[in-house]
Write a protein that binds this ligand. Sequence first.
Ligand code: FAD
Length: 431
Amino acid sequence: MIYANDYQDCPYWWEAAPRQQLPSVAESDLPKMVDVLIIGSGYTGLNAALQTARAGRSTLVLEKDLVGHGCSSRNGGQAGTSFKPSISKLEKKFGRDSAIRMLREGHRALQYLKDLIQSENLDCDFEQSGRLIGIHRKRSYERLAREYQSIPNEVKHEFHMVPKTEIRQEIGSDFFFGGCVLPSHGSLHPGKYHSELLTRVLQSGATVIDRCNVTRLEKISSGFSVHTTRGTFNAANVVLATNGYTQSQFHWHNKRILPIGSFQIATEVLPESVTSQLNPRARVISDTQLVGNYFRLSPDRKRQIFGGRVTFTEATSESGTGVLYEQMMKIYPQLTGTKVSYAWVGFVAYTTDISPHIGVHDGVHYAMGYCGSGITLSSYFGMRIGQKVLGTKEGDTELDRLEFRPWPSIFQRKPVMAAATQLTRLAENFI
Ligand SMILES: Cc1cc2nc3c(=O)[nH]c(=O)nc-3n(C[C@H](O)[C@H](O)[C@H](O)COP(=O)(O)OP(=O)(O)OC[C@H]3O[C@@H](n4cnc5c(N)ncnc54)[C@H](O)[C@@H]3O)c2cc1C
């Protein structure tokens, strides 16, 4: 029995930042017309709303569930430069100059987030704690060292490799072959970051309505007629900020986003003597496995928070908990017997090229597809898509030219993806 007596099937983050119902809105209270409708109230939607509302555009954010119900109050709180494809892969595909410019967007995203937290005074436990990448094999250790050394000066970032002999200074585990530290990465409290952003958005004059599903967009001469579960109104501009929760009524986007469950658990409160040994520098930690894990201490350093992609068949937090717990024990056997107080799941959005996408399709603005690393990217591209709606030059990004390709339909089938995950896990034991 791995569950604590106080076990809750919800994100640990909701303890300090509960999801609240906004005052209910009657159909007659929906505006007749807005300059900007934003669909989705996560980091993308709220950062977009800050831009448009502060520029004086009437801005409405609609959320089908409670505000911040999606990934933005469920994530691991690990903030990094986030751009997934490596420089060598980007270079091969787009050439050196484009690759450098794309990687630069990742750096800008992290800087934007840090500046936003500071300038808006967002109380969200942000710490520049650095990231430890736990590396499983000698081959990966050498490859990663080569990869980081070869990054062109224009986008170089600080890093240092940690050999096996020194790994205990970073983590209370002998599981990894070695590590790599990225000191510029950091941690935050995802729920508090979201709540603080929401406050700023409301202060900026935007309207936010929850429990209102946008069911259909119809093009009209002045923009869009917007059909929702609470009624219909017109919007001059629409931003789709639904990421891994994009539904089939947004057919074009839905075909380009593969939602993948990402699971997390938070342990019961642990003694300080244990947590300080698990993660002596309170780093955010991820690993080099293809079906990877990511973990950290809670901001108060009292709990271990452990996350990963489990398989593609689990849909509830409880069904993923056992797999995660097993992974956690492999890394930290000293936690044997520790109970789980919280477990939860959220749906991240994968794209065929493992890159986020931002742009306009059929008149609808969108920013999505952060592939599981979206705290910085969704904040930054949310801000940029807001600027695009305003038509300012700052809204241009290096990703504007990326082709947003649909997933082949076989990927939409859960059993196929589940088998692929299991095979990847098995293969990782041999390569
Ligand atoms: C368990 C987990 C751990 C993660 N860990 C990390 C991490 O450590 N670091 C990191 O960088 N990233 C992490 N991520 C990813 C990160 O949280 C996301 O990339 C980011 O929050 C995406 O924000 P978003 O606003 O685009 O989408 P979301 O926050 O998912 O918001 C989309 C919203 O759109 C709403 N919506 C959908 N359809 C409609 C509709 N028709 N009408 C109205 N509303 C609608 C949804 O209800 C949802 O609230 C994690 C994600 C998960 C799930």
